[in-house]
Design a protein around this ligand. Structure first.
Ligand SMILES: *Cc1c(COP(=O)(O)O)cnc(C)c1O
Length: 449
């Protein structure tokens, strides 16, 4: 299997090379040359999670032997308390289920992608003998998941930008309290979109990218998207009927992963994109119009996004793989212009929007009606559930990561031992202005060469 750039102007690469490259040299994102038919996997029933992951991954990384892929996946789930059931499916009503994606080391779904990514980087370092410097931006959970995927890894340093004061204290402590010498959390004086823009700008400077051996870890990473497709298969194998998946999303990563696996043959009853008040994707899928606005901090901070990084992959498929047209449309988006989604069909994704008031109300209602306590991101997915339809809500974080919001909504104060242990540790981080120059100088001083 080879991977192509969505902008159609970069050489096709195998999985390892596309993974290592992050953004394609033409500025596009890598997509599989063709989507495989995964229906043979559906007949395998309830495989242990790492085995299912290996079977799925073999379609894409066709250069590895099955034994190598098995070993990679065994490593990538060993930090989960029950690797064989890494994503427990919990029934909360007759037809309503929660797919709990928060049992990894940082208690958010991003561990699914980033434990794997950490191991792929470790393999790359071993194979090439070259060090890597991972650079990423986080709205809260990506950073800690990336850090936990690579802490203490020889040959790797991790630089994570985050918006100062806009992520929860526990999220920040998960990044700043690892005690690992190869980890460099950087608070910037700006929003998540600023952080992401700086990262994009540094990656687009191809000389600097090469000189500083930069590797990407943000939500455009190909391996992350593929890793996220796997839990849709895991859930489907445990359900009697094709399900409607409700997915809290901001960057359009998590729900894209499901939409792709549906295009590979997984029967589903559809998808709902659940946003917070930063409702770019809600507007897109109800009107067909894509226009980013100003980010407004919300109670679901990991979805405070007005630039959906993975939108470009979806656009590419809407344009039937036309790289030139994708490139031209993304140039409009980059210039801040609104665009009309080509071939818009309002039936492709349902969409909901939850402002802060709705998030608090949804948490309280979920507790009352189902006896289930969702975190503020997952609460967005409780906005509009049809009790008659087989529904799977993707739970993206453990509620104990957001104790203040849960307390406000219900009076409960959820805790988790992993988070309690952080409270006695000493944080370490840098603070920088929100400019590419400042981050570039910091990298020049601290990156491995
Ligand atoms: C990152 C994150 C999201 C949004 O994920 P997308 O990549 O935007 O789909 C939702 N909830 C939590 C808890 C997150 O960390």
């Amino acid at each position: 299997m080879r991977f192509l750039s969505t902008r159609g102007d970069a050489p096709p690469l195998n999985f390892a090379a596309a993974f290592a490259s992050g953004l394609a040299p033409d500025g596009g994102l890598y997509v599989p040359e063709s989507l495989p038919d995964i229906t043979p996997l559906l007949a395998d029933g309830q495989l242990p999670y790492p085995e299912l992951a290996a079977c799925f991954f073999e379609f894409f990384d066709t250069d590895k032997t099955p034994a190598e892929t098995d070993e990679l996946m065994a490593r990538s789930f060993r930090a989960f308390p029950d690797p064989d059931n890494a994503a427990p499916l919990v029934q909360i009503d007759d037809n309503t289920f929660v797919l709990e994606l928060f049992h990894g080391p940082t208690l958010a779904f991003k561990d699914f992608g980033l434990q794997l990514v950490g191991n792929l980087f470790a393999d790359q370092i071993a194979r090439t003998g070259y060090p890597i410097n991972v650079l990423g931006a986080t709205s809260g959970d990506t950073g800690s998941a990336a850090i936990h995927g690579l802490a203490e890894q020889d040959g790797a340093r991790v630089f994570i930008l985050y918006p100062q004061g806009r992520i929860s204290e526990l999220q920040e402590r998960q990044m700043t309290c690892t005690g690992a010498e190869n980890i460099f959390p950087i608070a910037i004086d700006g929003s998540f979109d600023d952080a992401q823009r700086i990262v994009k700008e540094l990656f687009n400077d191809l000389n600097f990218k090469t000189e500083a051996s930069l590797s990407a870890v943000n939500s455009i990473n190909l391996a992350r998207i593929l890793a996220q497709s796997i839990y849709y298969l895991h859930a489907a194998a445990r359900l009697p009927a094709p399900a409607h998946f409700v997915v809290p999303t901001g960057n359009f990563g998590n729900v894209l992963a499901g939409w792709l696996v549906a295009r590979m043959g997984l029967p589903t009853a559809g998808f709902t994109v659940a946003t917070n008040q930063n409702d770019l994707l809600h507007r897109l899928f109800t009107t067909g119009h894509y226009q980013s606005g100003k980010t407004k901090p919300s109670l679901a901070p990991s979805m405070d996004i007005q630039i959906a990084s993975n939108f470009e992959r979806f656009l590419y498929y809407q344009l039937d793989g036309d790289g030139a047209a994708t490139s031209a449309t993304m140039a409009e988006v980059a210039a801040g212009h609104g665009i009309e989604l080509p071939n818009f069909d309002p039936g492709t994704f349902a969409a909901t929007r939850s402002d802060d008031e709705a998030i608090l109300r949804n948490i309280a209602t979920a507790k009352e009606r189902y006896g289930y306590l969702p975190d503020p991101h997952t609460a967005c997915a409780f906005e509009s559930i049809d009790p008659a339809e087989t529904t799977v809500i993707l739970a993206t974080a453990h509620p104990a990561k957001f104790p203040a919001t849960i307390e406000k909504a219900t009076g409960d104060h959820p805790t988790h031992p992993t988070l309690e242990a952080l409270k006695n540790k000493t944080p370490q981080n840098a603070t920088l202005p929100a400019t590419a120059e400042a981050v570039r100088s910091y990298l020049e001083a601290n990156a491995l060469t």
